[in-house]
Write a protein that binds this ligand. Structure first.
Ligand SMILES: *Cc1c(COP(=O)(O)O)cnc(C)c1O
Length: 225
């Protein structure tokens, strides 16, 4: 541990701003196992990575009680690296990917928790279902036959902009979609309870709009290497 132990201090400072019941996911992509261990030693247990192979390598190096979250664009041929142990896949962006994850869940004998990624931002580069596509996919109903995945909620990334009103509108729209989907398709499922929204620059706005899981990277790690 470094003498000044900045990672631990950053985690403590961010945690202090989160309401009860909101989970902090430390996004450790681009950061070495030593930095993750430092966060772990400060009590952090949820970590997010965006590349399946990197995640697999870190999972083998680090304590086994870490909850690993996959937050990047997932290619079908990379599911195998994470399927046996992943705690939550945030980035399901097509029905086909959901089917593929289900197939690997079957192979591993587990039910893999998943979130549906919603494309809400203005940037073309971001992945995900539009709100309408998401609703239609669920209404179609075939997903109910997939016994080795569990849909636990939604994930989104807001536009990368300083326009606070625009960001706020996006988070509010996803919260409204979450509530509608919950009511329409998961009213009986207590496990549909996760809204993954908010990063270093916008997590406070996301939390005001019902986020249950914030994904924070640079505000924890960037100062320190
Ligand atoms: C990198 C990343 C984050 C963390 O972003 P920061 O701005 O570093 O906090 C959160 N979510 C996703 C999907 C990411 O790719």
């Amino acid at each position: 541990m470094r003498a000044d132990n900045t990672i631990a201090r950053n985690i403590a400072a961010i945690s202090a701003t989160l309401p009860e019941g909101v989970t902090l996911i430390a996004v450790s992509k681009y950061h070495p196992a030593e930095s993750i261990k430092e966060a772990y030693d400060a009590g952090q247990r949820d970590f997010g990575e965006s590349k399946a192979q990197d995640l697999r390598v870190k999972q083998q190096l680090l304590p086994q009680d870490i909850k690993w979250h996959f937050i990047g664009h997932l290619q079908s041929n990379k599911i195998k690296y994470i399927a046996p142990f992943i705690h939550l896949i945030h980035s399901i962006d097509s029905y086909k990917l959901l089917q593929e994850v289900n197939r690997y869940g079957e192979k591993c004998g587990r039910i893999i928790p998943c979130l549906l990624q919603i494309h809400i931002a203005q940037e073309e580069t971001k992945f995900g279902f539009t709100p309408q596509e998401c609703f239609e996919m669920l209404a179609q109903g075939e997903w109910k036959t997939l016994g080795n995945i569990e849909i636990k909620g939604l994930m989104c990334m807001a536009s990368n902009t300083n326009d606070r009103d625009a960001v706020e509108k996006e988070f509010a729209a996803v919260k409204e979609l979450f509530d509608n989907i919950k009511r329409e398709f998961f009213a009986e499922e207590e496990s549909f309870d996760t809204l993954s929204a908010g990063m270093s620059d916008d997590y406070k706005i996301a939390v005001e709009h019902g986020s249950t899981h914030v994904r924070i990277g640079s505000s924890i790690f960037n100062c320190c290497e």
